[in-house]
Design a protein around this ligand. Structure first.
Ligand code: LRH
Length: 472
């Protein structure tokens, strides 16, 4: 049978990784090669940025290690969180990219909505309102005129590796500048917003070869690996690897965010969808990721980060979650999507303030606090699943949780309990798996007519999910 090995670069908001993916006989296995931290860093301008230079160094080192371990590696695919971009002039990156949690975006929202009201934007781009959607960021960007291209993070990595400038479609859909009906740049909208269309590179579909590593990248990695565009939006790659077990299944891709929704063949841009703030993001193979962003494990990871700073010591997360599971009584809930919880730092104090203002008790121990966070996320998940079912007229009968959140047993069980639906948890590394599978298909290893369903069958054969039944 056909098969081979590829590398996947998967950049999340709190960590990045390089993996090797082995595909053989319709089965798939991942091997971690490198893992490195990521997060917001203050820049010299006082803004919140990414330390892209360090990330890129880790990527090169990880790929070099991958090639050393596995000289046969056939290609590499890159995915990351959405919406953020780097400006380039020639081969040069113009400063560290802004982090989407930087508060400049509020100004951008006002400017954009002054020229194009949100309801009209929604009809055209199909995107839920998130204050950091790329079009709002561009509206505040001071350096647009110094640049000759604006490249989303995975496209930027691909450009530095190969010299090829493209915009992969799934991630481009999160800019707000792609027409939801045609899948092409909305040039009229771009002009109405006063943005230079010349900065936006040609759109490509996942599966497209972007060419081999060149120059310094090739030297440092030690091979002329081919870069293949994958579902470069991490959530698009994750959805590829959801082993959907029913036509009425919902999925939750749960990491820093919980992306809750269903897969559709065509977008839904109804008033009801807009009012529920459901998005129509581009999926691999032209599918639509009809989903809602729920603030996910960010609430927990930021709380843990604050407690660790207080203690000057590392907190054992599984231990904290076991203690949280053992807390008796009803946990007070808060709205996980409260915008006051979007920025970094002091998360426990900010959650406490939200609870107090709502007249709810503030948990007194860390375990009880963690319980309140997890139950609040689970409640938001259950609400979003119910809304997805209502908006698409589907009787949702199972929820797949993929990503790091699939390891959180308390969260999986609470989601089952609060939705009244069975939860199938896993795979944990769905994003990397989706990245690998799209490359494997491009190499012809999965047959000449492999559909997304073929890819999901490979996942279902390779990884067994953990089942949680709803209780009482
Ligand atoms: C998850 C994610 C999500 C976006 C957010 C910016 O990592 O890509 O789909 O909304 O980050």
């Amino acid at each position: 049978s056909k098969g081979g090995v590829v590398a996947a670069v998967d950049l999340g908001a709190t960590s990045g990784r390089v993996m090797l993916g082995y595909v053989d006989g319709g089965m798939l296995r991942l091997e971690p090669v490198a893992r490195f931290p990521n997060g917001p860093v203050p820049g010299p301008d006082g803004g919140l940025h990414w330390d892209f230079t360090t990330l890129y160094r880790h990527i090169l080192a990880g790929l070099a290690e991958a090639v050393k371990r596995e000289p046969q590696v056939a290609s590499v695919g890159i995915d990351s969180w959405a919406v953020d971009y780097g400006l380039v002039s020639g081969a040069e990156l113009l400063g560290e990219p802004f982090h989407y949690r930087d508060d400049r975006t509020a100004r951008g929202v006002d400017r954009v909505h002054a020229s194009v009201p949100f309801a009209e934007l929604y009809r055209r781009n199909g995107l839920q309102f998130l204050p950091f959607n790329t079009l709002y960021q561009y509206a505040t960007e001071r350096r647009l005129t110094d640049a000759d291209a604006a490249l989303l993070i995975p496209d930027l990595v691909a450009f530095l590796l190969t010299g090829t400038r493209v915009a992969e479609r799934t991630n481009a859909s999160t800019t707000g500048l792609v027409d939801v009906a045609s899948g092409e740049w909305d040039l009229e909208l771009i002009e109405e917003l006063g943005l230079p269309a010349s900065l936006l590179p040609p759109l490509v579909d996942s599966g497209t070869s972007l060419g081999p590593l060149k120059g310094e990248a090739r030297e440092r990695v030690g091979a002329a690996l081919d870069v293949i565009a994958v579902g470069s939006h991490d959530t698009a790659s994750a959805v590829v690897a959801v082993p959907l077990s029913s036509p009425n299944a919902a999925y939750i891709s749960c990491g820093t965010w919980g992306l809750v929704g269903v897969e559709l063949d065509a977008p839904v841009v109804s008033d009801a969808a807009r009012e529920a703030n459901f998005t129509n993001e581009g999926g691999v193979d032209g599918r639509v990721r009809f989903l809602h962003n729920v603030t996910g494990l960010w609430l927990l990871s930021e709380s843990v980060r604050t407690w660790e700073a207080e203690d000057g010591a590392v907190i054992d997360l599984p231990e904290l979650l076991d203690a949280a599971a053992a807390v008796d009584g009803d946990a007070p809930l808060f709205d996980a999507n409260d915008p006051r919880l979007a920025a970094p730092d002091d998360m426990p104090a900010r959650i406490a303030a939200v609870l107090e203002l709502a007249g709810s008790p503030v948990p007194s121990s860390r375990a009880a606090f963690a319980r309140t966070i997890v139950e609040s996320i689970a409640q938001a998940f259950a609400n979003a699943v119910a809304t997805a079912g209502r908006l698409t007229d589907r009787e949702i009968d199972v929820i797949h949780i993929v990503g790091g959140g699939a390891l959180n047993r308390l969260l999986c069980q609470a989601t089952a309990d609060r939705s009244g639906l069975p939860v199938l948890a896993g795979p944990v590394e769905a994003t990397a798996l989706g990245n690998v599978l799209v490359q494997a298909r491009a190499h012809g290893w999965l047959g000449s007519d492999a559909t997304l369903e073929t890819l999901r069958d490979v996942v279902a054969r390779s990884v067994a999910p953990v089942r949680y039944e709803p209780r009482g």
